[in-house]
Design a protein around this ligand. Structure first.
Ligand code: PMP
Length: 271
């Protein structure tokens, strides 16, 4: 109960998915866990390889082939107070089934998003680039508010009023066959976001990372969210703006699914 992580949010975590028994982008997620911990001024007392191995082992021990994994690292209860110089760093990994973050029926026709009442904090105000538990307080409040109003999620602006991201996923738009997405220098640069950018470029589609103002949303035809849990999920509505899931969203949904197939299975299919 006196865990520092609980009282002062000195905790960082990851969200990973396993497909066909293999954790997708495992090393990238483990590396981000270590990077997030350093941003919060603590070191994870294991090697990257030990955490990778423990993550795969947790999946197997839970009898899961497809599943969601949640490594978390937090300061323990040795000292109480803001200073936690001598608290032990604990690491745990949980695994469970999480078939789809948004309901499958909603996913295909596009989910509806509300505007969040909170904004992503200025990197001078909070460690915006870490996947830190404390940053999710405003996400939970915003998502609850959106759900009460009948929406699936909320879209957050950055502190300057540019479009930032949803409460647990990054956002993309399409205009005239070109993909536009907010520059990820002030919120989490999702591993799925980076994967989707790579997949789009491999298809020869131009991807522009830039500041996007909310009023520009009227000029976009397609929109989707992406993240480990959300995968690629088309969006039909953000506040007063409307989008129609189209060819590019569908192509990237399919390309993302294909990319998550473990290498061993791909070899078997090609053989
Ligand atoms: N932004 C936030 C706030 C998130 O919680 C997540 C999910 N981890 C993402 C973006 C997407 O990150 P990733 O693709 O690495 O899961």
């Amino acid at each position: 109960m006196l865990t520092h992580g609980l009282h002062y949010a000195s905790a960082v975590f990851e969200g990973e998915r396993a497909y066909g028994g293999t954790v997708f982008k495992l090393r990238e997620h483990t590396q981000r866990l270590f990077d997030s911990a350093r941003i919060l001024d603590f070191e994870i007392p294991y090697t990257l390889q030990e955490i990778d191995d423990a993550t795969q082992a947790t999946l197997a021990k839970n009898g899961l082939v497809d599943g969601y994994l949640r490594p978390i690292a937090w300061r323990g209860s040795e000292m109480m107070g803001v200073s936690a110089q001598h608290n032990k760093i604990n690491v745990a990994i949980a695994a469970w089934e999480w078939p789809s973050y948004f309901s499958p029926a909603e996913r295909l026709k596009g989910i509806r998003l509300d505007w969040a009442k909170y904004r992503r904090p200025d990197p001078r105000t909070a460690p915006s680039l870490a996947k830190a538990s404390g940053l999710y307080m405003i996400c939970t409040i915003s998502k609850h508010e959106a759900e009460r109003r009948g929406y699936a999620d909320a879209l957050m602006l950055d502190w300057e009023g540019n479009v930032a991201e949803a409460t647990g996923a990054n956002v993309f738009f399409v205009k005239d066959g070109v993909i536009h997405t907010p520059l990820a220098d002030r919120f989490l640069n999702g591993i799925t976001r980076q994967t989707v950018i790579g997949l789009a470029k491999a298809r020869g589609i131009e991807v522009v990372e830039r500041r996007i103002l909310p009023e520009e949303l009227s000029t976009f035809s397609e929109c989707w969210l992406c993240g480990t849990a959300a995968e690629v999920t088309p969006v039909s509505e953000i506040g007063e703006y409307r989008f129609t899931p189209g060819k590019i969203s569908e192509m990237l949904m399919n390309d993302y699914t294909a990319a998550t197939v473990p290498a061993a299975e791909k070899l078997a299919v090609n053989a």
